[in-house]
Design a protein around this ligand. Structure first.
Ligand SMILES: *Cc1c(COP(=O)(O)O)cnc(C)c1O
Length: 398
């Protein structure tokens, strides 16, 4: 990697060759307005204060940095856990949801449109919409609606409209297509509130900005607690928002190894994992260029992971770029390893992690086995496991 590489996005939305705005000319005009408004509002004192106040008093930030004493003793290294699981609504998703809702309000929009897979983003965005005073339409595949009924109920309690999507596999990818189509019709009055650092410019830039609070806090907390930076920062990668959020705090600290963990699911076979960087190729979907899982003919493949928050067939453009220049390393963890780590953290530390976050925990345990005693490993615990308990009880109680 060259020290001169920039980690900033270009004006037209590229990180190296990845990203961009592959959409119609009409929409480009609207997206340019969103980008300009965002760049203006994000530095506005009043906006910064309002968002900071909400993050603090409503979401519960700063999230603690916890020294995992039991796990550290057992594995002979030092584990530090960034507790995004303690945020209101149970994950990092509230960070960008509050930002997006406040941004939409400042832009004079009256509605948020979003897609959701497992319902985590839907709940976070419905929460932010209720708080800020916006209507909220959440598009969700029919299969996911069946599977994730507690989150569907939550969204309804919060006043959101949950709109079933019956196309294709009736899951996340089709929900993205449907919400995007709805937004294209309603863009004058609505704002698209995307759930990760994916989609056309400026959405990856916006979500990245609001998630970077994780890395800013974590870097300061590590220095306060230990006087040093970590040797490793480990985070799971679905679309890539929690990982970019924490990586951004350490990008220019070249001694810190950044490790993104992709879901290997059941196997390396196409359709049985969601490891877009490890097994994908350069392609285009949902308005941007990045690494996508696809067959020989270039058709986007179905993605699978036991952690439904990770089963997107692509990855945010900045990750594709960090991988290409070698600033971050992307590895894989399969379903079984993630479930083992789920139990290990629950029973050793008394913290029940989300299955998504369990992928990061599993990788951290692997790193520990080959590291020296004083190695400091920072894990981003993106969410808590409450939503996964039924599944674990039915299938995997050990
Ligand atoms: C949605 C979700 C993820 C995956 O999304 P990213 O954009 O990759 O962060 C990870 N962990 C939890 C708990 C989630 O809810």
């Amino acid at each position: 990697m060259q020290i001169t590489d920039s980690f900033e996005i270009t004006k037209d939305g590229f990180y190296g060759n990845f990203g961009g705005q592959l959409i119609s000319e009409d929409l480009k005009k609207e997206y340019t307005i969103i980008a300009e408004e965002f760049l203006r509002i994000k530095d506005d004192e009043e906006f910064i204060q309002e968002l900071d106040e909400l993050l603090k008093t409503f979401a519960g930030r700063p999230s603690p940095l916890y020294y995992a004493r039991n796990l550290s003793k057992k594995y002979g290294v030092k584990f530090y856990i960034k507790r995004e699981d303690l945020n209101h609504t149970g994950s990092h998703k509230i960070n960008h949801s509050l930002g997006e809702a406040l941004l939409a309000k400042k832009m004079g929009k009256t509605k948020l449109i979003a897609e959701t897979g497992a319902g985590q983003h839907g709940v976070a965005i419905a929460t932010a919409a209720a708080l800020v005073g916006l209507e909220c339409d959440v598009y969700m595949g029919e299969v996911d609606i069946q599977k994730e009924s507690p989150n569907v109920s939550r969204m309804k309690m919060l006043g959101a409209n949950v709109i079933p999507v019956s196309e294709g596999t009736k899951t996340l990818k089709e929900a993205v297509d449907a919400s995007f189509a709805a937004y294209c019709k309603e863009y004058k009055t609505a704002m698209y509130a995307i759930g990760s650092v994916v989609g056309p410019h400026p959405f990856p830039m916006i979500v990245e900005h609001f998630q970077s609070v994780i890395g800013r806090e974590a870097r300061g907390q590590m220095l306060d607690l230990t006087g040093e930076l970590p040797d490793y920062v480990v985070a799971c990668v679905g679309g890539g928002s929690n990982s970019i959020g924490i990586f951004n705090g350490f990008l220019n600290d070249f001694s810190v190894k950044l490790v993104g963990v992709e879901p290997l699911g059941k196997s390396e076979k196409l359709g049985e994992n969601a490891a877009s960087i490890n097994f994908g190729r350069i392609g285009e979907l949902h308005g941007f260029r990045s690494m996508f899982l696809q067959d020989e003919a270039g058709n986007i493949a179905d993605a699978y992971s036991v952690a439904s928050g990770l089963d997107y067939p692509g990855v945010g453009p900045k990750h594709a770029y960090l991988n290409e220049i070698g600033r971050a390393e992307y590895v894989t963890i399969n379903d079984k390893e993630a479930i083992d780590a789920f139990f290990e953290l629950s029973r050793t530390e008394g913290i029940i992690p989300a299955l998504e976050s369990s992928h990061a925990v599993a990788q951290a345990l692997k790193i520990a086995k080959t590291s020296s005693q004083n190695a400091k490993i920072l894990i981003n615990l993106s969410g808590r496991g409450d939503k996964d308990l039924d599944f674990i009880l039915k299938n995997h109680l050990q």
